[in-house]
Design a protein around this ligand. Structure first.
Ligand code: MN
Length: 722
């Protein structure tokens, strides 16, 4: 792989292209595209000091390395002429035809999008890219090549710009490269991004690799020879290469808590053969000599990854007890593994069919997220996985407001989802909907590209309860429910007011006496309610009984402490009963509950609270619910010999939502944490997830929390006390 070549010439490019394009007309067009770009960029310099034309030449060269077609190569040479040289699209159409002009125009359009950290903008732009790229996947490949060359010359920019570019590359471009299967470009982009985002980490990995290189090279070479002899003895024509692991992939593993010495696929071989049968033969021969590690064998030939990747993977005990990861594949599979969708250029029949088959391959790919497929194997909670898939990964449609704004919705959405996505005010006052100018029923299923107009009426009495079933997205369902919660609140207010009055009457207390200002002040203060409305609502919904309220005035025995006590006991209702997990000094056979308010896990500082008739409730020392109950507190500690998992809650706040849930779930895969439920909390402009999970100790939880902070968009993660 050649890196940035500041002295690249057109002749070098031409020579490279000529190895796979021989059509005279196409080559001639390439030359004239070069001359045009050369002339237009003449006098312009890159920040690096080179003539500007070296950039389009390098971009075209990157594409020639993946055998790009001549239109894409011409577009690469011309890609900055609209942006930087005031060339018009008409001029390009005139000189080079519609196809090339529209490729250049497409790249110019997406290059104008800035992915700053400003949350909404990121999401909206991301969508626009996805919408835009559906026109022609080659625009996206061009963009990746353009970015790759810019990343190779990133050293020239300020540290701030370096970090911005690197972050954008990792956030937006490498996931796209991954989905398109373009692993070679993806991997170089990742390494370059890491180098600028976390230079310390990057260079420490490079250094460690260098320290161990000699020994690794020796052992890999020996192993290569042995395997080669073995395959020769069976008359299998093959090639073997050692495989360097990308720095970024090592970083990812270290980040997941692995130690450098534990990353055992550092020793890796790749065997290339001509046919699929030979792949399996090789595998058998290698396994007969070197013992495989049982769970590390993967047959991606019979079951390709969704980004088309095929190969056999196995890990064996190789020479001197070292573990070797061996990948076996055909040459054609290797093309696909390295270049993904771009391998259509090399292997599929040439002509206009190439474009069509690439396009359809890409469209398939956008529907799949490899991560979630793998997730399914690991998580036992099928329903949970199903919900996540449904919610986050279901096929996406793009629909438009009458003004042309793009709205992204999952397939299956209705005008109700659309209305609430635009604004809850629009949803709450909706009286009808038009799709592409026609009136539709509210359970009408929207299609990609629909233009939707929502008719509203300020005097509408609000949504109907049936809409909850008609809506597809959780967002719309929640907004409709919260509308009704408000109404229910009013009902509870009425009910609670009546219940309290009835109880006061039953106890034969005069109204005027009970509802005196002093009493009301005392009740609100002791029970911690803001006002009487608040109090009445909570009586109405059953959180507090009229008797408890009256007792604050007429029953001195029930003190403030008792009220807090009630609250703690109520909190503990759903707690897990444990035996033996927690040790209480000098006490045996006592019932112990883990408090459900603060949900302690092993490693937390804990105290026991002796509750009347409920045994001991164990809280975290920081739990505010025990602050006022000092005399009932006793020392308890975790029994360190028991390694059971406990439930606890964390609250994640993020300012963007793109793939967030999947990323969170992905972080659990290597950490032995089980997510039990996720409750999405709607707040304006932020995304909050209350996650209930099972974990065996605090170190693991802290590690997991750190992992979550590494997800783009996450602004806060904390354990919560309810
Ligand atoms: Mn460029």
């Amino acid at each position: 792989m050649r890196k940035d070549n500041p002295n690249i010439t057109f002749d070098e490019l031409y020579e490279k292209v000529n190895t796979y394009i021989t059509d005279e007309k196409e080559l001639k067009q390439l030359s004239s595209a070069y001359l045009f770009a050369y002339e237009k960029h003449f006098g312009q310099k890159r920040l690096t000091g080179e003539d500007y034309i070296t950039h389009p030449l390098n971009v075209a060269y990157i594409l020639a390395e993946i055998n790009a077609d001549s239109s894409t190569l011409c577009a690469a040479l011309l890609h900055d002429t609209i942006e930087d040289c005031d060339v018009t699209e008409e001029e390009l159409i005139d000189k080079f035809g519609k196809e090339i002009a529209s490729l250049v125009n497409g790249v110019t359009k997406i290059n104008k999008l800035k992915f700053t950290c400003d949350n909404e903008a990121v999401i909206a732009n991301h969508r626009k890219i996805l919408v835009g790229l559906c026109e022609d996947v080659r625009i996206l490949i061009l963009k990746l090549a353009d970015r790759l060359h810019n990343m190779r010359t990133l050293w020239i920019l300020s540290e701030k710009s370096q970090k911005e570019n690197a972050k954008e590359t990792l956030d937006i471009l490498t996931p796209i490269a991954h989905r398109l299967g373009m692993n070679k470009i993806k991997s170089e982009l990742e390494d370059l991004s890491l180098r600028y985002l976390k230079p310390d980490v990057y260079f420490s990995i490079v250094e460690k690799l260098n320290q161990t290189r000699k020994e690794r090279d020796r052992i890999v070479n020996e192993m290569m020879e042995k395997v080669s002899e073995l395959l020769n003895a069976h008359n299998i024509k093959h090639e073997i290469k050692g495989r360097a692991k990308s720095i970024y992939s090592i970083y990812k593993k270290l980040d997941k808590g692995k130690r450098f010495s534990d990353i055992y696929d550092l020793l890796a071989l790749r065997v290339f053969v001509d046919s699929v049968e030979e792949c399996y033969q090789c595998l058998g021969i290698i396994h007969s000599k070197y013992r495989p590690i049982p769970k590390r064998f993967k047959d991606y030939i019979a079951m390709p990854k969704t980004n088309m990747y095929q190969s056999l993977h196995t890990t064996v005990f190789g020479l001197e007890g070292y573990l070797f990861e061996i990948q076996i594949r055909t040459y054609e599979m290797d093309q696909v593994a390295e270049h993904g969708i771009a391998s259509h250029w090399s292997y599929k029949e040439h002509g206009s069919n190439v474009k069509a088959s690439m396009q359809s391959a890409m469209e398939q790919k956008l529907q799949f997220f490899r991560e979630i497929m793998e997730l399914k194997e690991e998580k036992n909670d099928e329903l949970f996985v199903h919900n996540v898939q449904e919610e986050v990964l279901s096929n996406t449609i793009y629909v438009f407001t009458p003004k042309g704004d793009v709205i992204e919705l999952p397939q299956g959405s209705t005008p109700i989802d659309f209305a609430y996505r635009v604004h809850s005010g629009v949803g709450d006052t909706m009286v009808g909907a038009l799709v592409n100018g026609n009136i539709v029923s509210l359970d009408y299923q929207l299609n990609d590209g629909d233009i939707i107009k929502i008719n509203t009426n300020k005097n509408s009495s609000g949504p109907s309860r049936e809409w909850i079933d008609m809506a597809f997205t959780a967002q719309a369902k929640n907004k409709i429910k919260s509308f009704f919660n408000k109404i229910d609140k009013e009902e509870n207010l009425k009910k609670g007011t009546e219940m309290l009055q009835k109880e006061v009457k039953k106890r034969k207390i005069p109204y005027a006496e009970f509802y005196s200002n002093d009493n009301i002040e005392k009740i609100l203060d002791e029970l911690k309610f803001n006002d009487m409305t608040d109090l009445h609502i909570n009586i109405g919904n059953g959180k507090i009984t009229p008797t408890q309220v009256i007792n604050t005035i007429y029953n001195d025995a029930k003190s403030k402490q008792e009220m807090v006590l009630d609250r703690v006991i109520n909190n503990d209702e759903k707690s897990v009963i444990v035996k033996g997990d927690i040790v209480v000094d000098n006490i045996d056979n006592i019932k112990i509950n883990v408090a459900s308010c603060c949900k302690p896990i092993p490693g937390d500082d804990i105290v026991g609270y002796i509750s009347k008739g409920h045994g001991i409730n164990v809280h975290r020392t920081t739990c505010p619910n025990i602050a006022e109950l000092e005399e009932r507190i006793i020392d308890v500690k975790w029994n360190t010999e028991i390694g059971k998992k406990y439930a606890t809650n964390i609250l994640i706040t993020a300012n963007e939502n793109q793939n967030l849930l999947i990323n969170i779930i992905n972080k659990t895969s290597n950490s032995d944490i089980t997510i039990q439920s996720i409750n999405t909390i709607n707040t304006s402009g932020r995304y909050m997830f209350d996650i209930n999970l099972l974990v065996d100790n605090v170190e693991r939880l802290d590690k997991f929390i750190n992992d979550i902070y590494s997800i783009s968009g996450v602004v806060n993660v904390e354990r919560i006390i309810k």
